[in-house]
Design a protein around this ligand. Structure first.
Ligand SMILES: [Zn+2]
Length: 70
């Protein structure tokens, strides 16, 4: 396994849709337990807060990955 330097700061995968975006564009949410989650947009953050499932939404990476094999 190869670790990539700098990737953690320059680009994170959205915790909801899986899209990779620069940190400046997205939102990092820090929780009381010390963990943090990154969302690429307010849309993703809202959907995550509403506990929507990424698989049911067409625009998430998870859905695309699922449909690829079918
Ligand atoms: Zn997203």
């Amino acid at each position: 396994m190869v670790k990539q330097k700098g990737v953690g700061l320059l680009g994170k995968h959205c915790a909801f849709c899986g899209k990779k975006e620069g940190l400046l564009e997205g939102i990092t949410v820090f929780r009381k337990d010390g963990s943090s989650q990154y969302y690429c947009s307010r849309k993703c953050r809202r959907n995550a807060e509403l506990r929507r499932k990424p698989r049911k939404l067409k625009w998430t990476r998870e859905t695309r990955a699922t449909n690829r094999g079918a």
